[in-house]
Design a protein around this ligand. Structure first.
Ligand code: PGA
Length: 351
């Protein structure tokens, strides 16, 4: 028998109740355990929040706690009062690139000095980008051309994630991968031993593609619809990005949406907010995620990625998110801190 829940005048089915209320609540709890996922009869989870004992809770109580929890956790403006505790508790800063480090090919003010200063203070620096146009090697060159020294293995791009997803899932080398996206994906696939041309196609990877056209959509659609078991992988679903300094342009989300429309399938997303890349990051940096701070300009990718992985989170307003969006009542992703741009770390704490 199926059950639905009435919350704030809305009727939610058990799955909606779980994904929109209980999951976010669990993500905010320190030590969650879910004894039962049998949502048809009764939704229950054990909650170990800082101020309550473990208890079985109903969806309504869950919702109230969730509201209390998020209300308490509204983002704090980064200031001289709170920055020290953040800084001292963090061993690694994870930086998103577009909107945090650069916009298009233009470096954001103060980035270079701030990164140098963080390194001089012994902080590990990691760069996590959803933009799949470049491979890790190409990103290292881009950093270099902008006067910043970053090693290839400090960069985690969604192009790399797409190739690693196939690798860890033992994608057969004899099958081919059709790519709607940029050179970065093809280069990472090649480095991982996969081929992008010929047939039979066993996976379609979709990322941002400035040369998207109807033929590519048709070929990708045919592969997914006609080849049994063909994987549909999206590097990311960012709505927009700063492909140039002055404007926001359609992001990979628009190409992925086109493929969802024609295939009537949902993709496996390997970029932020999925924590798939975190496993690779942890192989290099043996640091507990609670000692990491994810710095990003998007709530639904960067900040959610940080939160999903258990990192501290800092939103910068130098990219796509405005303070109005952050404070809008419809926004349910609250970072721990926010500030105008990443160089505020240096301004508030530096010499
Ligand atoms: O360009 C994009 O779509 C996103 O890139 P970012 O993750 O570096 O912000």
């Amino acid at each position: 028998m199926s059950t639905s829940f009435a919350l704030m005048g809305l009727r939610l089915d058990p799955l909606q109740c779980f994904t929109s209320i209980i999951q976010p609540l669990i993500a905010n709890c320190q030590n969650p355990t879910i004894p039962s996922k049998n949502l048809d009869t009764k939704v229950a989870c054990k909650l170990q929040a800082s101020h309550t004992k473990a208890a079985t809770i109903t969806p309504v109580r869950c919702y109230k706690l969730y509201r209390m929890n998020t209300a308490k956790r509204a983002a704090q403006l980064l200031s001289t009062q709170n920055i020290r505790s953040l800084f001292d508790s963090v061993e690694a800063f994870l930086f998103d690139c577009d909107g945090v480090i650069w916009k298009g090919d233009k470096l954001i003010d103060g980035v270079s000095e701030t990164l140098d200063w963080l390194r001089s203070k012994g902080k590990k620096l990691v760069f996590v980008t959803n933009n799949s146009l470049k491979s890790r090697i190409q990103y290292a060159k881009k950093f270099h051309s902008l006067g910043i020294s970053v090693a290839e293995d400090e960069i985690f791009s969604s192009s790399f994630a797409a190739a690693m997803y196939l690798k860890v899932n033992n994608f057969p080398q004899e099958k081919k991968v059709y790519v709607i996206g940029g050179e970065g994906i093809l280069e990472e696939l090649q480095l991982a031993g996969f081929k992008g041309l010929g047939g039979p196609v066993g996976a379609v990877v979709v990322g941002i593609d400035p040369r998207i056209n109807y033929y590519k959509l048709q070929y990708g659609t045919l592969c997914i619809r006609e080849n049994p078991g063909c994987l549909f992988i999206a590097t990311n679903r960012d709505a927009v990005g700063h492909m140039t300094d002055l404007q926001e342009w359609p992001g990979a989300g628009s190409m992925v949406a086109a493929m969802c429309g024609s295939t009537e399938r949902e993709p496996i997303v390997v970029g932020k907010p999925s924590t798939f890349m975190m496993d690779f990051l942890l192989q290099k940096f043996h640091i507990n995620t609670s000692k990491m701070c994810m710095v990003g300009d998007r709530l639904d990718t960067d900040i959610l990625f940080g939160q999903n992985a258990g990192c501290k989170t800092l939103l910068v307003l130098s990219g796509v998110t405005t303070q109005t969006t952050l404070e809008d009542p419809s926004n349910n992703v609250q970072p721990d801190y926010y500030t105008s741009q990443m160089s505020d770390l240096l301004r508030l704490l530096g010499p």
